[in-house]
Design a protein around this ligand. Sequence first.
Ligand SMILES: O=P(O)(O)OC[C@@H](O)[C@@H](O)c1c[nH]c2ccccc12
Length: 149
Amino acid sequence: MLGKSTMLESKGADAILLIAAVLPDLDIKYMIKICKLLGLAALVEVHDEREMDRVLEIDGIELVGINNRNLGTFKVDISNTKKLLEGERGQRILQKGITVVGESGLFTPVDIAYVQEAGVKAVLVGESIVKQKDPTSGITQLFGKDISL
Ligand SMILES: O=P(O)(O)OC[C@@H](O)[C@@H](O)c1c[nH]c2ccccc12
């Protein structure tokens, strides 16, 4: 097996995405452990209540991403984030000290405020930034202010 520094130096990755929809619990548990050994952050992605409940039973998860895009139908609905953070689930996430990432379908400062209000502390954004000629101004537009420092 490659040593920690060899792995990180050879590929340069800081984090990996673990998609709960395609990974059994056992695989997620195993990969979380490997990530800790390698010093990689693991973002565990869920898109419905069932996946969220599975993930909340697994120890050692620090980052959970809520995908607003259903990977089966590709439909995007940002109220999915709010739905998955409501009530008891939201409480458990807070208790466990999990940082929630809002993923997909975020285009405007209103969208950002909506997911932030729901409990999200970070966002994963693709389309609304990569389709801009200038990514910096795309980010400024998305957040309604310059966040580069
Ligand atoms: O382009 P959007 O709507 O901003 O979405 C970005 C990101 O959330 C999305 O690319 C993504 C999140 N998880 C995924 C898993 C597979 C493929 C794609 C994704």
